[in-house]
Design a binder for this molecule. Structure first.
Ligand code: SAH
Length: 396
């Protein structure tokens, strides 16, 4: 096995279980590793620090097991078993809820791997060359460890574009039992959603907003709800169940508008409280001409900052968007405002939202501070795993 020796004093992060080895920390490499190979990492003095997946780029090794020179044979099945047990022990998998994240990368000590489960199908997404090369074994292990799952779909064309030299990155079935219906429905808190992993964003659905959607349901009774950046309409369907007077869903993508309509019809056939608009969010907020303003607005935009260099512009974007919402919302209204940009931290996001409130001259109080749910755990040794932030604000 290839051995990677770190420079003097560069072992500290690994000793604290942080799973990334940056290229700048490497003194020399003994061997000629290929991308995705399992390699061993050692301190400058030769002490074993861990074993992980090698990759070219700024993060050179993603550690799978610490303080060892070899991976235990059943390491993968153990990790997947533990992840599944944890979700079960958290009461996440019930007859009413078969939509959940099974593996959340570093948060489940499997850096580079995301797995979401939709009823009997798992959708696997690789973010590293190593996980890409292990995909078939991962799929087989999931089916072995998770009794409900008998299909595994691979969806990594959009997450591995930087690995163009791998000619075998194609989305498709890794395991397919063949008895699936063409329309695929998954249940979240008793509501049904059509999951389209073939064409959908991420693994087909944004599993991470489950708990926050339930909070929208709680506050929706009798309210006029505006769900901006609705995608599959998760928040809209919950708001309808919560007794909203009306729900307007907005997204700039045609496909999203079809999905939200399909999901609303499935859960609330003949519903006349919902309307969907295929529009740009910023333009929509500028041109609201409703006589009675919305009194619950959800802003869940895509990540405005995908990397550190984009943070400044992203903060401007959050400020502009939230300003528009604060300018429109009724007195006594509730604003749910989210950011899923990992590079924008909680404090920066708050500052952007609070500045927007001040600019709009509104009196605002914090009701809730939201984050990612329990099936998207954050390893305390890998704070970078925290990405979803939300504020629920009462606006006078
Ligand atoms: N709230 C959703 C997830 C949002 S994902 C949920 O709970 O599932 C972000 C969505 O924003 C995508 O569907 C994308 O099509 C949409 N989008 C991106 N830019 C937009 C814009 N300028 N105006 C309106 N929608 C936009």
């Amino acid at each position: 096995m290839t051995r990677i020796y770190l420079k003097k004093h560069k072992e500290e992060a690994l000793l604290r279980f942080h799973p990334w080895v940056f290229s700048g920390a490497i003194a020399h490499i003994e061997g000629n590793p290929e991308e995705g190979d399992i390699v061993s990492v050692l301190s400058s003095e030769g002490a074993p620090l861990g074993v992980g997946h090698y990759q070219e780029g700024s993060i050179c090794v993603r550690i799978l097991e610490f303080r060892t020179e070899t991976l235990t044979d059943n390491f993968l099945s153990q990790r997947i078993h533990t992840a599944y047990q944890m979700r079960q022990s958290l009461q996440l998998i019930t007859p009413n809820n078969n939509t959940y994240r099974l593996i959340h990368g570093e948060g489940d000590f499997l850096p580079g791997l995301i797995v979401d489960v939709y009823a009997d199908t798992a959708v696997l997404q690789a973010h590293s060359a190593g996980m890409h090369r292990m995909r078939q074994l991962i799929a087989e292990t999931i089916v072995e460890q998770v009794p409900e799952v008998n299909n595994v779909y691979y969806k990594s064309e959009s997450t591995l574009p930087f690995k163009r030299h791998f000619t075998d990155i194609q989305d498709g079935w890794l395991i397919h039992s063949g008895n699936q219906e063409s329309e695929y429905w998954s249940k979240e808190n008793g509501l049904e959603f059509s999951i389209d992993w073939l064409r959908g964003q991420k693994t087909g659905f944004f599993v991470d907003q489950r708990e926050n959607r339930a909070l929208v349901e709680h506050y929706s009774n009798g309210r006029r709800v505006l769900n901006m950046f609705c995608y599959t309409g998760g928040f809209s369907v919950y708001a309808l169940r919560g007794g909203a007077q009306l729900v307007h869903s907005v997204d700039s993508s045609d496909k999203a508008i079809q999905l939200v309509q399909c999901n609303v019809n499935r859960n609330f056939p003949d519903c006349n409280r919902h309307e969907a608009f295929c529009r740009d969010a910023f333009a929509f907020l500028d041109n609201i001409n409703a006589k009675t303003p919305y009194d619950l607005i959800i802003l869940d935009p895509p990540a405005f900052a995908k990397h550190r260099e984009a943070v400044k512009n992203a903060l401007q974007g959050y400020k502009r968007l939230n300003y528009k919402a604060f300018s429109q919302i009724a007195s006594g209204g509730i604003l749910f405002s989210f950011s899923c940009s990992q590079a924008v931290d909680k404090d920066m996001f708050r500052l952007a939202v609070f500045s927007a409130a001040a600019m709009a001259g509104r009196k605002v109080r914090i009701l809730h501070q939201l984050h990612q749910p329990q099936d998207h755990p954050i390893s305390i040794y890998h704070p970078e795993g925290e990405y979803l932030k939300g504020l629920v604000l009462y606006v006078e």
